[in-house]
Design a protein around this ligand. Sequence first.
Ligand code: FPP
Length: 237
Amino acid sequence: MFGRKKKQPIEITVMPRHVAIIMDGNGRWATRRGLPRTAGHKVGSENFVKTVDACIRLGLECLTVYAFSTENWQRSADEVEGIMKIMHAYIIKYVPELIKKNVRLRILGDLSYFDEESRRALLESENKLENNTGLTLCIALSYGGRNEIRQAVEALIKEGATEISEQSISDKLYTASLPDPDLVIRTGGEKRISNFLLWQSAYAEYYFSDDLWPDFNEEKLKEAIAEFGKRKRRYGK
Ligand code: FPP
Protein backbone atom coordinates (compact mmCIF):
# COMPACT_ATOMS: atom_id res chain seq x y z
CA MET A 1 0.00 0.00 0.00
CA PHE A 2 2.76 2.44 0.95
CA GLY A 3 5.35 0.86 -1.28
CA ARG A 4 6.76 2.47 -4.40
CA LYS A 5 4.41 2.66 -7.36
CA LYS A 6 4.77 -0.49 -9.43
CA LYS A 7 6.55 0.27 -12.71
CA GLN A 8 4.49 -0.43 -15.78
CA PRO A 9 6.03 -3.10 -18.00
CA ILE A 10 7.46 -1.66 -21.21
CA GLU A 11 5.21 -2.52 -24.10
CA ILE A 12 6.88 -3.11 -27.45
CA THR A 13 4.21 -2.88 -30.13
CA VAL A 14 6.32 -2.70 -33.29
CA MET A 15 9.67 -4.39 -33.54
CA PRO A 16 12.21 -2.62 -35.79
CA ARG A 17 14.19 -4.88 -38.12
CA HIS A 18 17.43 -2.95 -37.75
CA VAL A 19 18.56 -0.90 -34.74
CA ALA A 20 21.74 1.16 -34.96
CA ILE A 21 23.42 2.64 -31.89
CA ILE A 22 25.93 5.46 -31.42
CA MET A 23 27.48 4.36 -28.13
CA ASP A 24 28.52 7.77 -26.81
CA GLY A 25 29.61 8.76 -23.32
CA ASN A 26 32.24 6.24 -22.23
CA GLY A 27 34.83 8.96 -21.67
CA ARG A 28 32.54 11.09 -19.50
CA TRP A 29 31.40 8.02 -17.55
CA ALA A 30 35.03 7.35 -16.60
CA THR A 31 36.02 10.99 -15.99
CA ARG A 32 33.11 11.47 -13.56
CA ARG A 33 34.51 8.60 -11.53
CA GLY A 34 38.08 9.89 -11.64
CA LEU A 35 39.09 7.00 -13.90
CA PRO A 36 41.08 7.06 -17.16
CA ARG A 37 38.92 7.26 -20.31
CA THR A 38 40.01 3.76 -21.31
CA ALA A 39 38.24 2.41 -18.21
CA GLY A 40 35.03 3.88 -19.66
CA HIS A 41 35.62 2.08 -22.95
CA LYS A 42 36.15 -1.19 -21.05
CA VAL A 43 32.82 -0.83 -19.22
CA GLY A 44 31.29 0.33 -22.52
CA SER A 45 32.45 -2.90 -24.15
CA GLU A 46 30.87 -4.92 -21.36
CA ASN A 47 27.63 -3.05 -21.99
CA PHE A 48 27.97 -3.77 -25.69
CA VAL A 49 28.06 -7.52 -24.90
CA LYS A 50 24.96 -7.19 -22.67
CA THR A 51 23.19 -5.23 -25.42
CA VAL A 52 23.89 -7.96 -27.98
CA ASP A 53 22.32 -10.48 -25.58
CA ALA A 54 19.31 -8.23 -25.05
CA CYS A 55 18.84 -7.91 -28.83
CA ILE A 56 18.97 -11.68 -29.21
CA ARG A 57 16.30 -12.02 -26.51
CA LEU A 58 14.17 -9.45 -28.33
CA GLY A 59 14.52 -11.38 -31.58
CA LEU A 60 16.03 -8.41 -33.42
CA GLU A 61 17.17 -9.08 -36.98
CA CYS A 62 20.05 -6.63 -37.22
CA LEU A 63 22.05 -4.50 -34.76
CA THR A 64 24.75 -2.04 -35.80
CA VAL A 65 26.99 -0.35 -33.26
CA TYR A 66 29.25 2.61 -33.95
CA ALA A 67 32.44 1.49 -32.25
CA PHE A 68 35.07 3.69 -33.90
CA SER A 69 34.81 6.43 -36.49
CA THR A 70 37.41 7.48 -39.05
CA GLU A 71 37.62 10.74 -37.03
CA ASN A 72 38.37 8.80 -33.81
CA TRP A 73 41.85 8.02 -35.17
CA GLN A 74 42.67 11.65 -34.24
CA ARG A 75 42.29 10.98 -30.51
CA SER A 76 45.42 10.64 -28.36
CA ALA A 77 47.63 7.68 -29.27
CA ASP A 78 47.05 6.27 -25.76
CA GLU A 79 43.27 6.32 -26.10
CA VAL A 80 43.30 4.88 -29.65
CA GLU A 81 45.60 2.10 -28.50
CA GLY A 82 43.39 1.43 -25.45
CA ILE A 83 40.20 1.25 -27.54
CA MET A 84 41.86 -0.99 -30.15
CA LYS A 85 43.17 -3.39 -27.50
CA ILE A 86 39.75 -3.69 -25.90
CA MET A 87 38.01 -4.11 -29.22
CA HIS A 88 40.51 -6.60 -30.55
CA ALA A 89 40.18 -8.69 -27.41
CA TYR A 90 36.40 -8.59 -27.55
CA ILE A 91 35.94 -9.29 -31.23
CA ILE A 92 38.42 -12.17 -31.29
CA LYS A 93 37.60 -13.70 -27.88
CA TYR A 94 33.90 -13.28 -28.36
CA VAL A 95 33.72 -15.32 -31.59
CA PRO A 96 33.13 -18.79 -30.00
CA GLU A 97 30.32 -17.28 -27.92
CA LEU A 98 28.82 -15.64 -31.01
CA ILE A 99 28.93 -19.00 -32.81
CA LYS A 100 26.91 -20.54 -29.95
CA LYS A 101 24.49 -17.62 -30.03
CA ASN A 102 23.96 -18.02 -33.81
CA VAL A 103 25.11 -14.43 -34.46
CA ARG A 104 26.44 -13.29 -37.84
CA LEU A 105 29.13 -10.62 -37.83
CA ARG A 106 29.79 -7.84 -40.32
CA ILE A 107 32.53 -5.28 -39.88
CA LEU A 108 31.58 -1.98 -41.53
CA GLY A 109 34.45 0.37 -42.22
CA ASP A 110 37.67 1.24 -43.94
CA LEU A 111 39.97 -1.55 -42.84
CA SER A 112 42.93 -0.07 -44.73
CA TYR A 113 43.70 1.86 -41.52
CA PHE A 114 44.52 -1.42 -39.77
CA ASP A 115 47.70 -3.45 -40.01
CA GLU A 116 47.64 -6.68 -41.99
CA GLU A 117 47.35 -8.91 -38.91
CA SER A 118 44.35 -7.08 -37.43
CA ARG A 119 42.67 -6.96 -40.82
CA ARG A 120 43.09 -10.70 -41.25
CA ALA A 121 41.81 -11.40 -37.72
CA LEU A 122 38.68 -9.33 -38.33
CA LEU A 123 37.95 -11.01 -41.65
CA GLU A 124 38.51 -14.44 -40.09
CA SER A 125 35.99 -13.62 -37.36
CA GLU A 126 33.46 -12.61 -40.00
CA ASN A 127 34.08 -15.80 -41.98
CA LYS A 128 33.69 -18.06 -38.95
CA LEU A 129 30.24 -16.60 -38.31
CA GLU A 130 28.96 -16.20 -41.85
CA ASN A 131 26.69 -19.25 -41.84
CA ASN A 132 24.83 -18.24 -38.70
CA THR A 133 21.18 -17.34 -39.10
CA GLY A 134 20.27 -15.36 -35.96
CA LEU A 135 21.04 -11.72 -35.17
CA THR A 136 23.26 -9.93 -37.68
CA LEU A 137 25.70 -7.86 -35.64
CA CYS A 138 27.45 -5.08 -37.53
CA ILE A 139 30.36 -3.33 -35.90
CA ALA A 140 31.18 0.01 -37.51
CA LEU A 141 34.91 0.24 -37.10
CA SER A 142 37.02 2.94 -38.69
CA TYR A 143 33.74 3.98 -40.23
CA GLY A 144 32.72 7.27 -41.87
CA GLY A 145 29.45 7.68 -43.75
CA ARG A 146 30.67 10.22 -46.33
CA ASN A 147 33.71 8.14 -47.14
CA GLU A 148 31.53 5.03 -47.48
CA ILE A 149 29.38 6.81 -50.11
CA ARG A 150 32.50 8.15 -51.87
CA GLN A 151 33.98 4.64 -52.03
CA ALA A 152 30.72 3.22 -53.40
CA VAL A 153 30.64 5.80 -56.22
CA GLU A 154 34.33 5.23 -56.93
CA ALA A 155 33.72 1.47 -57.21
CA LEU A 156 30.89 2.06 -59.71
CA ILE A 157 33.06 4.37 -61.82
CA LYS A 158 35.87 1.79 -61.80
CA GLU A 159 33.38 -0.83 -63.05
CA GLY A 160 32.54 1.52 -65.90
CA ALA A 161 28.97 2.21 -64.82
CA THR A 162 27.34 4.73 -67.15
CA GLU A 163 24.25 5.16 -65.00
CA ILE A 164 24.15 5.35 -61.25
CA SER A 165 20.98 4.52 -59.36
CA GLU A 166 20.20 4.68 -55.64
CA GLN A 167 20.12 0.88 -55.62
CA SER A 168 23.52 0.58 -57.32
CA ILE A 169 25.02 2.86 -54.63
CA SER A 170 23.31 0.89 -51.82
CA ASP A 171 24.76 -2.31 -53.29
CA LYS A 172 28.30 -0.95 -52.95
CA LEU A 173 28.01 0.23 -49.35
CA TYR A 174 29.44 -1.81 -46.45
CA THR A 175 25.82 -2.60 -45.56
CA ALA A 176 24.94 -4.11 -48.97
CA SER A 177 22.03 -6.58 -48.65
CA LEU A 178 21.16 -5.48 -45.09
CA PRO A 179 17.89 -3.70 -44.29
CA ASP A 180 18.22 0.05 -43.68
CA PRO A 181 18.15 1.01 -39.99
CA ASP A 182 14.63 1.71 -38.71
CA LEU A 183 15.78 3.15 -35.41
CA VAL A 184 19.03 5.00 -34.65
CA ILE A 185 19.77 5.50 -30.97
CA ARG A 186 22.41 7.91 -29.68
CA THR A 187 23.35 7.85 -26.02
CA GLY A 188 25.38 10.46 -24.14
CA GLY A 189 23.13 13.51 -24.56
CA GLU A 190 24.43 14.88 -27.87
CA LYS A 191 21.92 15.30 -30.69
CA ARG A 192 23.92 14.75 -33.84
CA ILE A 193 24.61 11.88 -36.21
CA SER A 194 28.40 12.21 -36.49
CA ASN A 195 28.80 10.76 -39.99
CA PHE A 196 26.99 7.53 -39.05
CA LEU A 197 25.06 5.55 -41.71
CA LEU A 198 24.22 8.76 -43.59
CA TRP A 199 22.82 7.05 -46.68
CA GLN A 200 21.12 4.17 -44.91
CA SER A 201 19.33 6.30 -42.27
CA ALA A 202 17.44 8.47 -44.76
CA TYR A 203 14.11 7.38 -43.23
CA ALA A 204 15.23 6.12 -39.83
CA GLU A 205 13.60 7.26 -36.61
CA TYR A 206 16.05 8.86 -34.18
CA TYR A 207 16.08 8.39 -30.42
CA PHE A 208 18.39 10.42 -28.19
CA SER A 209 19.13 9.38 -24.63
CA ASP A 210 20.92 11.43 -21.98
CA ASP A 211 22.29 8.23 -20.45
CA LEU A 212 25.97 7.65 -20.96
CA TRP A 213 26.61 4.45 -22.92
CA PRO A 214 27.74 2.30 -19.94
CA ASP A 215 24.41 3.14 -18.22
CA PHE A 216 22.20 2.35 -21.21
CA ASN A 217 20.82 -1.01 -20.10
CA GLU A 218 18.27 -3.48 -21.49
CA GLU A 219 15.39 -1.59 -19.88
CA LYS A 220 16.44 1.63 -21.61
CA LEU A 221 16.86 -0.15 -24.93
CA LYS A 222 13.32 -1.50 -24.60
CA GLU A 223 12.05 2.02 -23.81
CA ALA A 224 13.66 3.26 -27.03
CA ILE A 225 12.06 0.46 -29.03
CA ALA A 226 8.68 1.08 -27.38
CA GLU A 227 8.94 4.78 -28.32
CA PHE A 228 9.79 3.73 -31.89
CA GLY A 229 6.50 1.80 -31.98
CA LYS A 230 4.60 5.03 -31.25
CA ARG A 231 6.12 6.96 -34.16
CA LYS A 232 4.16 7.40 -37.38
CA ARG A 233 6.51 6.67 -40.26
CA ARG A 234 5.46 8.41 -43.43
CA TYR A 235 8.58 8.12 -45.58
CA GLY A 236 7.97 11.63 -46.88
CA LYS A 237 4.46 10.78 -48.09
C1 FPP B 1 32.27 7.09 -27.50
O1 FPP B 1 32.43 7.58 -26.22
C2 FPP B 1 32.82 5.77 -27.59
C3 FPP B 1 33.86 5.39 -28.40
C4 FPP B 1 34.56 6.31 -29.32
C5 FPP B 1 34.35 4.00 -28.37
C6 FPP B 1 33.23 3.03 -28.27
C7 FPP B 1 33.77 1.71 -28.13
C8 FPP B 1 33.24 0.77 -27.33
C9 FPP B 1 32.06 0.91 -26.47
C10 FPP B 1 33.82 -0.54 -27.36
C11 FPP B 1 32.93 -1.40 -28.19
C12 FPP B 1 33.54 -2.67 -28.31
C13 FPP B 1 33.23 -3.48 -29.29
C14 FPP B 1 33.85 -4.80 -29.28
C15 FPP B 1 32.35 -3.13 -30.39
P1 FPP B 1 33.37 8.84 -26.03
O2 FPP B 1 34.75 8.37 -25.76
O3 FPP B 1 33.24 9.76 -27.20
O4 FPP B 1 32.75 9.45 -24.74
P2 FPP B 1 32.65 10.99 -24.35
O5 FPP B 1 31.70 11.62 -25.35
O6 FPP B 1 32.08 10.93 -22.98
O7 FPP B 1 34.03 11.56 -24.41
